[in-house]
Design a protein around this ligand. Structure first.
Ligand SMILES: Nc1ncnc2c1ncn2[C@@H]1O[C@H](COP(=O)(O)OP(=O)(O)OP(=O)(O)O)[C@@H](O)[C@H]1O
Ligand SMILES: [Mg+2]
Length: 312
């Protein structure tokens, strides 16, 4: 695994085991997972554990570029292919020959580029822009997205055939809220990282801060935790991070945890628990009913009563 790719929880151990297993097999991989779950750490790990590890690892973010730029970057061009092509340019795909290409935010790739990429995968050959002679190419593609590609296929913005070519093995990185056991480990890791960067003596968080962070849902996943710790280390004068150096909305969570124990009403606990189950099951009502042991109508009634969302 690449250094600093952390996780002792069961979901992460399963991910690491899967990474080791698929690394040695020469197949394309599709990485999915919410924003901030580590989709940029996994591809390098796969590459480093694979027989291609001595060959190049090339990374490209498909988001935010024009079609023309993506095309030139990935496929390169022949001399004279266009007015500014004064020399032949080797594209990223070609430069990764024998190695691994990580295509981040693949969901943002324009349709015309998707067709070109599909052709490269199918034919194992590449044609530079303005070129006429296909060049043999041996690459392994790892693509990542935080988009729902199945939905993108339905909407017509992603090609189904490319999806199946990429999704030979799919790896879904868990949300941080689904692996809270890892929070203390990640906190220590980020404190060490940012104490070093900022030249601080910060060593740990107070028990109160730990309580708050264990309670919080982290919609921004590990990236959000990292930002919170980075900010706290920057602001903290002492060795121990105190709650006052957490963002204010998290400090409010502190009052909830402090007041909470034994003081909340049954209804509050019920509301919170139902919401937790809904989130965990990604708003799958049948599964939620099963877990809660409630008939569907009762779940609906309670969701209405507590004004709970019925989807993400
Ligand atoms: N398991 C982990 N161990 C240590 N650091 C992690 C882990 N997962 C994520 N991080 C850190 O969190 C930050 C965000 O991770 P990353 O950039 O891989 O997110 P992402 O899944 O690509 O998100 P997005 O979809 O928004 O691009 C990075 O700084 C990364 O190093
Ligand atoms: Mg990313």
């Amino acid at each position: 695994m690449v250094e600093g790719f952390i996780g002792n929880s069961r979901p992460m151990q399963e991910i690491f085991a899967l990474i080791k297993k698929i690394a040695i097999v020469n197949c394309n991989v599709l990485l999915q997972g919410e924003s901030g779950t580590g989709k940029e750490l996994a591809p390098r790990s796969i590459h480093l554990l694979s027989p291609r590890k001595e060959r190049p690892f090339v990374s490209f973010n498909c988001g935010g570029f024009t079609e023309e730029l993506i095309c030139k970057e990935l496929f390169g061009h022949e001399k004279g292919a266009c007015t500014d092509a004064t020399a032949t340019k080797i594209g990223l795909l070609e430069s990764a020959d024998g190695g691994t290409v990580f295509l981040d935010e693949i969901g943002e790739m324009p349709l015309s580029m998707q067709v070109r990429l599909l052709r490269v995968i199918q034919e194992k050959k590449i044609l530079r822009v303005g070129g006429t002679k296909p060049i043999d190419l041996d690459i392994r593609i790892i693509a990542a997205t935080n988009k729902d590609l199945k939905k993108a296929i339905e909407e017509g913005s992603f090609r189904k055939d490319l999806f199946y070519r990429l999704n030979v093995v799919s790896l879904c990185l868990p949300r941080l809220a689904e692996r809270k056991d890892d929070i203390p480990l990640l906190i220590s890791h980020f404190i060490e990282k940012y104490s070093r960067t900022f030249g601080k003596k910060t060593k740990r968080v107070s028990p109160q801060v730990l309580d708050i962070l264990m309670e919080y849902d982290f919609p921004g996943n590990v990236r959000e935790l990292e930002n919170i710790i980075q900010r706290a280390v920057a602001l903290e004068e002492g060795v121990v991070i105190s709650a006052k150096n957490l963002p204010s909305d998290l400090q409010r969570l502190e009052f909830r945890t402090l007041e909470g124990d034994g003081l909340r009403t049954l209804e509050e606990v019920e509301k919170e628990h139902i919401l937790r189950v809904l989130k965990k099951t990604r708003y799958n009502k049948s599964l939620s009913c099963k877990i809660l042991n409630l008939p569907r109508t009762t779940l609906w009634r309670k969701m209405k009563k507590y004004d709970l969302p019925s989807e993400e």
